[in-house]
Each structure stands twice: as structure tokens, then as C-alpha cells.
Write a protein that binds this ligand. Structure first.
Ligand code: NAD
Length: 346
């Protein structure tokens, strides 16, 4: 069984501790947090703790999970790799592209695995969209819209500080761009266009509107808002032969599949103060409407893959190349936002 040294026992560190314990693939060998209260909490919850990083790295554990604020990832990941540990670091892996390059170079020179916890690849809403595209039921994909809407601003603390790597682009942006690149697998992002909001924050973005122009001509759109009291659908996809929508992560995907493009005699419909034939609704003769069954939940797949990769049983699913592509898109999004939403080459 793999032994995990966990750095950081805040919100996500506590999640990792429970997750490792429940997974059956690994166990927590020790927890370290710079905050003595967090160390006391970990001890009270039954985990071995230590008081310094040096003590932690001196232990036998072969995996180090880094779950601390974003600006601390570079130093902690580097130290863990140099101490001979395989590292699973929370997203975002780092705050700049140079740091990302440096971390993977260190992993290579230490001969250790480095993986980023881009865990929302296993969200069932995303997997439902991915399955629909893989089966090619709706033909050519024109546009995919992916949104997360909340209404509580950014939780207090380091997430509001620019120098700590705060803001929503580096937070939810990583997950949603990672998903979008996988939905458009085989295609590449050519240009991005991004504007950010600061409705509830002063230093960092509390939301963003990001368009990915793919080389194929298709378009991905990613939107995060933390000051939005009526959420728009989580996913909305338009294709040559139909449309799919997922209202939110608790709901199944709704699909409208076009089974006949041409209709006989379309009657104009009264709408508002006028009438329209263009926007008249379809009927069941030309469109088949159905729900997709929910994909199977695989809550431990990322951790299982990391352990298997250490054991040489399978390659890492979250690859260096993918992590760098996501990061390159995010960095281009920052440049676009700094230039008033200009089109920026990735
Ligand atoms: P948090 O503020 O709740 O916890 C951070 C913890 O790290 C605190 O207990 C703090 O004392 C400790 N810490 C800070 N610097 C440290 C250091 N140098 N050494 C040891 N401990 C240190 O933050 P969080 O919400 O747990 O976020 C932690 C990381 O997890 C971030 O990178 C965040 O982006 C990521 N995260 C990922 C997900 C996901 O679904 N993948 C969800 C939430 C957070």
C-alpha cells in the first residue's frame, strides 16, 4: 500500500486525507501544515502529524500530496521531489509557465512522477458531454459552452490575493479549460479572447468570460461567475445534427437530435409582437428528444491511476503535455484580459 505524506490540512487537505483513507489504494503516513491548529485538527482526526517539513520528508512515504495555497506549490513540490517523493500537487500546478517548466524538469531530473490534481475530469456532467461527442451522435460540434455560476464571491483568504495565485481563472479556470481541451480532443486552440470581472474583489478576478477559437473553426466558451444568483446551464453544446444541454451537475443531459432537417409545411408562429417562421419550434417528426443516462462515477480513478503509474502498471492520465496546454491557454487568457479582451494567439 502506498504511503502518503500530506502537506496542507486546509479545506482540500482534509478532503485528500479522507479520500486517501477511503480509496483503499494508499494510506496517510503523516500530515504537515504550517498552522499548529491544523496539525492539532489532523491529529484529533486520527492522522499522524509532524512539526516540520524536514521531519515529514525524512519519513518512509513514497507519495507527497501538496495541498497548500497556489504560490507555495513551486517550493514545496521541488522540495518533495528532491526528497525522493512522487508528487500529486493541487491545481493550479503553479502560478507561471516558467514555474511549470521548472517543476517538470525537476521531476525528470529526480526520476519521480509529478501529477496535478485536475480531478474534474471525472465529473459526470463533463463525462456525459464527452460520451456524446465520442459517440458522434450529433455530428460536427460547432460550439460548447461550459459555465459555473455561484453567488458568494470568492471565499475569504488567499484566494483574494494576487501574489498568492488567487482569482477564478487560476481556480475554476484550470478545471474548465482542462475539460474543454479534452472535449475538443484532436483539435487545438488557436486564439483566445478573455475578459474578467471584479464585482466583489479588488486584486483578482472573481469571474471571467473566455472564448477559445479552435483551429477547426469550432468554438469553446468558458464562463465563471461568483456573483450570479440565477445560474445558466452547466453545459450547452450545439452541433450540426442536434443540441445537448446539462442544466446542472445533479441533472441528466437533455439531447435534441435532429432526425430530419427539412420539414414540409412549417407554420409561422406568433411570438411577442410579431410572427416568425425561422424560430418556429420543431416537432417530434424532425427532432427526437431524450435524456442520456448518467455516466458511472469513478471517485478514486485519479488516485488509482497515480498509484498504478508509480507501480509501472499504466501511464499517467494527466500528462505533462496536457497540463502545459491548459496552462498555456490560461496564460493567454490573462494576456487577453490585460489587453481589454483582445484576440491572443496561444
Ligand atoms: P485552505 O486555505 O483551506 O488550506 C491551505 C492550508 O495550507 C492551510 O491549512 C495552511 O495553513 C496550509 N499552508 C499554507 N502554506 C503552507 C506551507 N508552506 N506548508 C504547509 N502548509 C501550508 O486552501 P484549500 O482550499 O485547501 O486549497 C489548497 C489547494 O487546493 C489550492 O491549490 C487550491 O487551488 C486547491 N483546491 C483544489 C480543489 C479541487 O477540486 N481540485 C478544490 C479546492 C482547492
Amino acid at each position: 500500500m502506498h504511503q502518503v505524506l500530506l502537506i496542507g490540512y486546509g479545506g482540500m487537505g482534509q478532503w485528500h486525507a479522507r479520500h486517501v483513507r477511503e480509496s483503499g489504494f494508499a494510506q496517510i503516513a503523516c500530515v504537515f501544515d504550517i498552522d499548529p491548529e491544523k496539525r492539532a485538527l489532523a491529529a484529533a482526526e486520527g492522522y499522524p502529524v509532524c512539526d516540520t517539513l524536514e521531519q515529514l520528508f525524512g519519513l518512509e512515504g513514497d507519495i507527497c500530496i501538496v495541498s497548500t495555497p497556489n504560490d507555495s506549490h513551486l517550493a514545496l513540490v521541488t522540495a518533495a521531489l528532491e526528497a525522493g517523493k512522487h508528487v500529486l500537487v493541487e491545481k493550479p500546478i503553479a502560478c507561471t509557465m516558467e514555474q511549470v517548466d521548472q517543476m517538470y524538469d525537476t521531476a525528470r531530473s529526480c526520476g519521480k512522477l509529478l501529477c496535478v490534481h485536475q480531478n474534474r475530469r471525472w465529473d459526470v456532467d463533463y463525462l456525459a458531454m464527452k460520451g456524446l461527442i465520442r459517440e458522434n451522435r450529433l455530428g460536427e460540434v460547432f460550439r460548447i459552452e461550459s459555465r459555473i455560476h455561484g453567488s458568494r464571491g470568492i471565499p475569504s483568504g488567499w484566494r483574494n490575493e494576487a501574489e498568492k495565485g488567487g482569482g477564478m481563472l487560476l481556480d475554476w479556470g484550470i478545471h474548465l479549460v482542462d475539460q474543454m481541451l479534452l472535449l475538443f480532443e484532436g483539435d487545438r486552440v488557436d486564439l483566445v479572447q478573455c475578459t474578467v470581472s471584479r464585482h466583489t474583489t479588488s486584486e483578482v478576478d472573481d469571474g471571467f468570460y473566455l472564448t477559445l477559437h479552435m483551429e477547426s473553426g469550432a468554438c469553446g466558451y468558458v464562463e465563471v461567475s461568483t456573483c450570479n444568483f440565477i445560474p445558466l446551464p452547466r453545459f450547452y453544446m450545439t452541433c450540426r445534427k442536434g443540441t445537448a444541454v446539462i442544466e446542472d451537475w445533479r441533472r441528466n443531459a437533455q439531447v435534441a437530435e435532429c432526425i430530419a432537417w427539412d420539414e414540409g409545411d412549417v407554420q409561422p408562429e406568433r411570438r411577442g409582437a410579431g410572427t416568425t417562421k425561422t424560430m418556429a419550434p420543431r416537432d417530434s417528426l424532425t427532432v427526437r428528444a431524450y435524456e442520456l443516462p448518467r455516466p458511472e462515477l469513478e471517485p478514486y480513478r485519479l488516485l488509482q491511476n497515480f498509484c498504478n503509474a508509480i507501480d509501472g502498471k499504466e501511464p499517467l492520465l494527466i500528462t505533462e503535455d496536457q497540463v502545459k496546454q491548459v496552462f498555456a491557454v490560461l496564460m493567454a487568457a490573462f494576456r487577453s484580459a490585460e489587453n481589454g479582451g483582445a484576440l491572443v494567439k496561444v
